[in-house]
Design a protein around this ligand. Structure first.
Ligand code: NAD
Length: 237
């Protein structure tokens, strides 16, 4: 029987993050969601991951209500599509801020609890685009690649303290983010077109990512750290 722990899932108001929050609840954890728009039946905290004061305030509220935060899943994310020469510096900085600096702020805020407990699990949701590259998403791909690098560096640093750090880069998961890109004709074809090019011949489900997170957070995964576990139907190998 797993011991109940407290998990914070950023971006848990929608799509992949929401499915992760649901799965971790089913696994027996107490789950708080940190999102610009927290929804669902979880302990919700409205906060912007780019603002350290808001992140720290949210983490304090979670600690008070649910206890020390020893599981953190960073799923909040913001995509962006433009030709590189049309990505102005403000757009570049915003995408880096949400996808990379947000991860920094959330890990900084949760880490003391994990260090104190001598146990922790951090899972960063990056992107298969960091693996393959993706035209018109230079800022996003740069940020997600940095998240993979951060994952590897922190795994080495935090392993001796009982904390594992892994990344799950999703590829092609059916969420509002993906359908929004499809509606704007930014996917290079429809979702159906992409399914034909996906080895397992289906679009990914948020639950596929949640299952990988559940495993990486479990005691069974205690010897797995610094890994980038692609969940992409075989689109990237
Ligand atoms: P989504 O848009 O459905 O959900 C993203 C959530 O993040 C939303 O609830 C949003 O409110 C929240 N969010 C955005 N900016 C925030 C901020 N500044 N502070 C707090 N919360 C914020 O998207 P999704 O498809 O579920 O994506 C989840 C993660 O998976 C993202 O990091 C995304 O980059 C990554 N991803 C998704 C896919 C895919 O195919 N859907 C592929 C690769 C990577």
């Amino acid at each position: 029987m797993a011991v109940t722990k407290t998990a914070v899932v950023t971006g848990g108001g929608s799509g992949i993050g929401k499915a992760i929050a649901e799965r971790l609840t089913a696994d027996g954890h107490q789950v708080a969601v940190l999102d610009l728009n927290p929804t669902g039946s979880f302990f919700g905290q409205k906060a912007d991951v780019t603002d350290p004061d808001q992140v720290n305030g949210a983490l304090d509220a979670v600690r008070q209500e649910l206890g020390p935060v020893t599981i953190l899943v960073n799923a909040a994310g913001l995509d962006g599509f433009n030709r590189f020469d049309r990505i102005d510096f403000a757009a570049w900085k915003r995408v880096i801020d949400v996808n990379l600096n947000g991860v920094y702020h959330c890990i900084q805020a949760a880490l003391p609890d994990m260090v104190e407990a001598k146990w922790g699990r951090i899972v960063n949701i990056s992107s298969s685009s960091a693996h393959s590259g993706q035209p018109f998403m230079a800022h996003y791909v740069a940020a997600k690649s940095a998240v993979n690098g951060l994952t590897k560096a922190l795994a080495l640093e935090l392993g001796p303290r009982g904390i594992t750090v892994n990344a799950v880069p999703p590829g092609f998961i059916d969420t509002p983010m993906l359908r929004g890109a499809e509606a704007k004709e930014l996917l290079g074809g429809t979702v159906e077109d992409h399914i034909k090019r996906t080895p397992v011949r289906r679009v990914g489900r948020p639950e596929d990512i949640a299952a990988a997170c559940s495993f990486l957070i479990s005691e069974d995964a205690g010897y797995i750290t610094g890994q980038i576990l692609g969940v992409n139907g075989g689109r990237n190998t």
